[in-house]
Design a protein around this ligand. Structure first.
Ligand SMILES: Nc1ncnc2c1ncn2[C@@H]1O[C@H](COP(=O)(O)OP(=O)(O)OP(=O)(O)O)[C@@H](O)[C@H]1O
Ligand SMILES: [Mg+2]
Length: 260
């Protein structure tokens, strides 16, 4: 299998608190990989490190062979990596549709200035069509013209997924995408995300919902106190001694057996 993202020896400490300790893993195109672990185990910090929001102390991160670890987040985004945040913040004065359009970076700056007249209108039409498509797939059509800041917590989560997709990423990283999302919609999200993977988009998904992980992911990376303690299929989690140790402080399999 070819590799899209490679993370090698990534280490990060905050004021002496070692939050990532030599993290190694790789993801191929179209692969769906879950990142699980107890609260505070370093999952969000790992996404922040890969996407350039948190500079790493040591290690290498490559996307399609290009080193990322000294690039600013917008440069990394330009290479095809989009992400959502655990707690999405939305602008006060933009509607849901406007927020989606603003997330399409092909509409701005250099390219927009180069594309005069008809080309710019075609780009605008393509952008609006893509935003309309994601509104539909994320069941947000009914709130198209609502101020984004007025959405519910679950709807903001969905809108942040839509924003990430407006960038046509090769790798999409989601930080707890189902938190606050209705269970019926979680099922739709599984199908939608599988559809993205079938188109070759790799997915790295931080999630506490083990049913969601079990349905969606081909492989799981388990973090405990900043270290990768297991890489296995969701079905293998409940029997993995290091996973049980991380979650339960023992090798008692009850909780994870119920979940996956
Ligand atoms: N900017 C920061 N400054 C100082 N400490 C930080 C910073 N970001 C994260 N940490 C610390 O790093 C540790 C890991 O945090 P992180 O947010 O990565 O955990 P997590 O696995 O995502 O947890 P959760 O499941 O609760 O979201 C925590 O102890 C946190 O306090
Ligand atoms: Mg987190």
């Amino acid at each position: 299998m070819s590799t899209l993202l490679t993370v090698t020896g990534v280490t990060k400490a905050f004021a002496g608190n070692a939050v990532l300790q030599g993290v190694d893993f790789a993801i191929g195109p179209g692969e769906i990989v879950g990142v699980i672990g107890p609260n505070g185990s370093g999952k969000s910090t790992l996404l922040n490190a890969i996407s350039g929001f948190t500079p790493v102390d040591a290690g290498r991160i490559e996307l399609g062979g290009a080193p990322l670890q000294r690039l600013a987040p917008h440069r990394i985004h330009g290479l095809g990596l989009a992400r959502t945040f655990q707690l999405p913040a939305m602008p006060e004065k933009m509607t849901v549709f406007e927020v989606l359009l603003a997330a399409d970076n092909r509409r701005h700056g250099f390219w927009a200035s180069l594309c005069g007249g008809a080309e710019q209108r075609a780009q605008e039409a393509a952008s609006r069509a893509l935003a309309t498509q994601w509104l539909g797939e994320l069941l947000l059509t009914g709130v198209r013209d609502t101020p984004a800041a007025a959405l519910s917590g679950g709807q903001k989560k969905l809108l942040s997924v839509g924003c990430a997709l407006m960038g046509n990423p090769r790798l999409l990283m989601l930080d707890e995408p189902t938190a606050g999302v209705h269970p019926n919609l979680r099922r739709d999200m599984v199908a939608m995300l599988q559809g993205l993977a079938a188109r070759g988009i790799a997915l790295l998904i931080v999630e506490h919902d083990m049913h969601f992980i079990g349905e969606l992911c081909q492989r799981c990376i388990v973090l405990d106190r900043g270290r990768v303690v297991a890489q296995c299929t969701p079905a293998q989690l409940s029997q993995h001694p290091q996973v049980l140790q991380a979650y339960l402080g023992s090798e008692h399999p009850v909780v994870l057996e119920a979940a996956v």
